[in-house]
Design a protein around this ligand. Structure first.
Ligand code: GLN
Length: 453
């Protein structure tokens, strides 16, 4: 197959099917011309990068030169980035083609992709249901096979939860493993970029491409690069897998629980040792997250003032312009978070909320560190339910927040996690299995996911 044929195949699929799925915000048709050049070079025997001509699509919160980057917000409507995010650069260097930008919840705030200013992405398994979020476009496009792989970002579950709801594979690397340079900041101490793919092998392959140190991001870890693909083949016999009892209680859909229990049996059959463990502070995860994430967001989003980026509303005077730009430019969920974040950081409330939340974050982190003294990998469901109907939770922020109950604590800890499909519920909707690992232990979770698949 030529690079042209490959890219034509995917572009045709996008054109035929994305009208229904609505996962793309921007489609880059230039890939066809670029593909012709690659094929020409190959014919002439010129050397090409390893992945020359492979299309990949990017969540619209990673900046791309020559393509729009909107974060699915009106406020970045006309924003044109002067540079590429580090991950985008690393992909391009290896020959990948950026075939488009994908829909998401505005500024990555949400769990259903319904908070996009532009469109509502549908779940390819049932077009009346949500794909999950915030990387809903990234998961739906891979599930519908509109692209072989995509990139998402995960602040509290935004790669793993939509991957679970769409029946694909989503990896959140360890905080610091992947550069955040060029990722539009939501909550800087939690955000991490990762791949969404159809297999653990592809996830390993992509992480090997961009799981590298970057001097442009001061939180990027100067940690040895790894060949995640060759690590897949090692044995999982004797691997210790912890099952935290706090993740199997109330609120967990019955057939999700069943599928996960069946997966545990399969993993036992692979020779792993299953151990019940406890992560005692799990119940505080959501509360802590929504204090820390909103506090950081309120600060990060202060930069959208109508002067520096994108959209500007006409008004008299500077302050009036700021106010009008932000009231028109931001959607309801973003405004809710800015207000909440500003409140928990304000004098008089800082100690009661923000500082307290930071302390509980440490307790949650210690829970994980203690657990990883006993086990190699922690196994849980990714999401308490399978894909829900469009509109079902959009009127109730708290219900929406609860759909991240199983993914959020990993971001507070900073470790790595992957969601892989583990069967279907009674409505034929995909169920996801989450494997979590300690800092920089991606090989372990990828290997177990690979053997399980
Ligand atoms: N759903 C969570 C939120 O709304 C997580 C989002 C994310 O990981 N970006 O904040």
């Amino acid at each position: 197959i030529t690079a042209y044929e490959l890219n034509k195949f995917y572009l045709d699929r996008i054109k035929a099917l994305d009208e229904k799925v609505e996962s793309f915000l921007y489609i880059n048709e230039n890939v066809l011309e670029e593909a012709k050049l690659i094929d020409e070079k190959r014919k002439n025997g010129e050397s090409l990068p390893e992945f020359a001509g492979i299309p990949i699509a990017i969540k619209d919160n990673m900046v791309t030169k020559g393509m729009p980057t909107t974060c699915a917000s009106k406020i970045l409507e006309n924003f044109d980035s002067p540079y590429d995010a580090t991950v985008v650069n690393m992909l391009k260097e290896k020959g990948f083609f950026i075939i488009g930008k994908l829909n998401m919840d505005e500024f990555a705030m949400g769990s259903s992709c319904e908070n996009s200013f532009y469109k509502k992405t549908k779940n390819p398994w049932d077009l009346e249901r949500v794909p999950g979020g915030s990387s809903g476009g990234s998961a739906a496009s891979v599930a519908a096979r509109l692209v072989p792989a995509s990139l998402g970002s995960d602040t509290g579950g935004s790669i793993r939860q939509p991957a679970s709801l769409c029946g694909v594979c989503g990896l959140k690397p360890t905080y610091g493993r992947v550069s955040r340079y060029g990722l539009v900041a939501f909550a800087s101490s939690l955000d991490q970029i990762g791949p969404i793919t159809t297999s653990a092998e592809d996830a390993a392959l992509l992480l090997s491409v961009f799981g590298k140190h970057d001097e442009h991001d001061s939180t990027s870890a100067d940690y040895p690069e790894k060949d995640y693909v060759s690590a897949l083949t090692e044995d999982v016999k004797g691997m210790k897998v912890g099952i935290p009892k706090e993740f199997f209680g109330e609120g967990l859909q019955e057939d999700v629980k069943k599928r996960v229990e069946e997966a545990i049996d399969v993993i036992k059959g692979l020779g792993c040792e299953i151990k019940e463990i406890s992560l005692p502070h799990t119940e505080y995860g959501i509360a802590v997250y929504y204090i820390i994430a909103t506090a950081e967001a309120s600060s990060n989003l202060a930069r959208y003032d109508g002067v520096r980026y994108g959209f500007r509303a006409e008004a008299d005077g500077l302050i009036g312009m700021y106010e009008k730009t932000r009231s028109i430019g931001f959607g309801d969920e973003v405004k809710r978070r800015i207000m909440l974040g500003t409140y928990v950081l304000s004098a008089g409330y800082y100690d009661a909320y923000y500082l307290k939340a930071q302390k509980v974050r440490t307790l949650i982190k210690n829970d994980f560190l203690n657990a990883f003294k006993e086990v190699d990998v922690i196994l849980t469901p990714t999401s308490p339910t399978t894909a829900f109907k469009l509109g079902e939770k959009s009127g109730d922020p708290l219900q929406m927040y609860l759909s991240d109950i199983f993914t959020i604590s990993l971001n507070l800890f900073g470790g790595c996690g992957i969601s892989i499909p583990c069967g279907f519920d009674s409505n034929n909707l995909p169920v996801g299995l989450q494997l979590m690992g300690s800092y920089f232990e991606e090989e372990k979770i990828l290997r177990l996911a690979y053997k399980y698949q």
